[in-house]
Write a protein that binds this ligand. Sequence first.
Ligand code: AVI
Length: 320
Amino acid sequence: MRVLTPAPPAPLPSSEAGAFAADLHAALRGTPRQISPKYFYDTAGSALFDAICELPEYYPTRTEHQILQACGRDMAAHIGTSVELIEFGAGSCVKVQALLDHLGPDLRYCPIDISGEHLALSTARLARRYPGIEICPVVADYTAALSLPDAGSRRRVGFFPGSTLGNFTPDEALQFLRHAARLLRGGALLIGVDLIKHPDRLHAAYNDRQGITAAFNKNLLQRANQELGSNFEPDQFDHSAFYNAPLQRIEMHLVSRRPQTIELQQQRYTFEQGQTLHTENSYKFTIDGLRHLAAQAGWQAGTVWTDPEELFSLHWLIAP
Ligand code: AVI
C-alpha cells in the first residue's frame, strides 16, 4: 500500500471567508442577484447534499451508480493499463471504486479535492480496500492551474462524474474542458452528465417532498450568518427550483417572502417581496450536445454509456 502525503495545503479559512464575503456583496449589489453554487458546500451543506443523493426523487446519483456498476468493466477496458487516473473533485472517492474493481494494480490514482481533511480520510479508506494501487492525493482547486505528479510513461485519464459540469456556466464548462484537454493530452476523460428529460421528472428531483433540497438551498443563508455575521432569516425566503427549458437548466433561487432589509458587514441590502437570489444552475445536456461541446474544447468524442431510460450519461472523450 502506498499513499503519498497530500500537498499543497487547502486555502486558509480566512481567505475562503473573504472570497465568500466579496462574492456575496457582489451578488447583492448585482442585477439580477446571483452567487456561485460553490458556497453551498460547507460541512452542513455537504451533509445535505449527501442526503439529496439518497432521495427517491433525485435520480442522477443512483442512475450514474447503476451505469458504473453495469459498465465499469468496459470503462476499465477503455482506461487500460499503465495509467495515471485523475479524479476531479473526488470527495469521498466512492464512484471511482466501480472502475478500480476492474483495473489492474499497474495504476496510480490521483484524487483532487479542495478539502484536504476529507481527502485524507477517503484515501486512507481506499488504500485499505485496494492495497495494490498507488494513491497520490492532490489538495487543490481543480478548476485552477494544477501541479500534478509527473506521469512518467503513464497515460493520463481523467474522471469527472456527477454532472458537476452542469453547475458551471457554459463558458466555465468550455474552459474546464479545454483545461482538462491540455492536462490529459494523449489520454482521455470519462465524464458523467445529466440528460434532458421531461420537466416533471427534473422538477421533482429539485423539489423533493422531504424539503432536503430546500434546506440545502437555504443553508447558504445560514452559512452567511455564521461565517460573515449577516442577519438573513432563512424562514423569510422560499426555495424555488424550476426547469428553464430554453436554457436547458434547472435554476435554483431563494425568493424573498416579504419586503425586508438584511445587513452584511455594515452594508444594508433590501429585498422586495418576490425578489430572488439566484443560487444555482444545473445544466442538462443531450448526448450530441455534450459531444459537440467537447469537440469545441479539442476532444474527440468516443463511447457513451447510458441507462435504459437515458436519464444520465457517461462519455469517453479522447485528448489527441
Ligand atoms: C452537484 N450537482 C451536480 C448537483 C446538481 O444536481 O446540479 C447539485 C444539486 N443541487 C440541488 N440538488 C443537487
